[in-house]
Design a protein around this ligand. Structure first.
Ligand code: SF4
Length: 279
């Protein structure tokens, strides 16, 4: 294991690369909220970025907007459709709901493209780097799944930084309490932000959990399932393709080569594994 580093040390190293723009990616979950607060307090010029995936809990998006307005944080919210022209709804009507084997495509359409657009707007020169801070933190189970102990990662012009990587979950929660930062009620109920619900790793019963946090979103998923079935596809949001879908066990393998290029997508595989989807 690498030696733990202080957030100030990690950010100082990142700033030595002279990023032309600095963002704190805020999904609405506890760790991204604490990270955004830390970044906005400690890093001059930082803005908040929220990827609007087009399929997530609307109450979470409202929470992100409300929190940024409350603290006066500049917010860049980019919807996936702005870049690829096709929303989640249009994709699932055409191809149906994804299984684990389609996660790469979902990540690319729902999260990677808003990031690319954000970076494209911020860059002036080809060599420019754009810093994006995330709430990823050290977690043994995540390390086992191949996330590694990386504090700074480059994906082209994107410089992904995990400033609070060495904090424990308890430290994140203590930080929020100490600074009087209100949590997202959705994260309190679900244990996650729910800002991205592609369903690639959705398991039986997950829609009921979504309903607990946001009945509107669960209603929307059900109406979408009706539309998808009417379009000729057989399985629902919690289901997966009957054949040809990669098993979760393969997708979450530590040797998964997708991982280094997917710094903004995490947790769903872990949730699925914990729920026994991989079994
Ligand atoms: S697997 Fe999770 S984070 Fe990745 S695109 Fe799907 S819902 Fe979003």
């Amino acid at each position: 294991m690498n030696a733990a580093r202080a957030p100030e040390d990690i950010i100082a190293e990142a700033m030595s690369h002279r990023p032309v723009a600095i963002y704190a990616a805020m999904s609405g979950g506890d760790t991204s909220l604490a990270t955004a607060h830390w970044m906005m307090t400690n890093v001059p010029g930082c803005r908040v970025f929220h990827a609007n995936t087009g399929i997530g809990i609307e109450a979470t998006r409202e929470f992100v907007r409300r929190t940024c307005a409350k603290y006066g944080w500049p917010l860049d919210e980019i919807r996936a459709k702005e870049d690829c022209g096709q929303d989640y709804r249009e994709m699932v009507l055409q191809y149906s709901f994804p299984g684990p084997g389609h996660h790469r495509k979902m990540y690319s359409r729902l999260k990677e493209r808003p990031v690319r657009l954000l970076v494209k707007r911020a860059k002036q020169k080809r060599a420019d780097k754009v810093l994006i801070a995330t709430g990823i933190y050290h977690d043994e189970s995540m390390v086992r799944m191949g996330y590694g102990e990386r504090n700074i990662n480059f994906v082209g012009s994107q410089m992904w930084v995990n400033p609070l990587y060495w904090w424990s979950k308890t430290q994140f929660m203590d930080y929020l309490r100490a600074h009087g930062v209100a949590r997202n009620p959705v994260a309190e109920t679900l244990g996650m932000s729910g800002e991205c619900l592609c369903g690639a790793y959705a398991h039986r019963g997950e829609k009921a959990l979504v309903r607990l946090a946001c009945p509107r979103t669960a209603d929307y998923l059900e109406s979408l399932e009706g539309e998808v079935r009417a379009a000729g596809h057989e399985w629902g949001w919690e289901g997966k393709p009957p054949a040809g879908g990669a098993r979760v066990a393969r997708v979450v393998s530590p040797s998964n080569t997708d991982r280094p290029g997917m710094p903004f997508c995490r947790g769903c595989e872990k949730t699925a594994e914990n729920a026994g989807v991989a079994a």
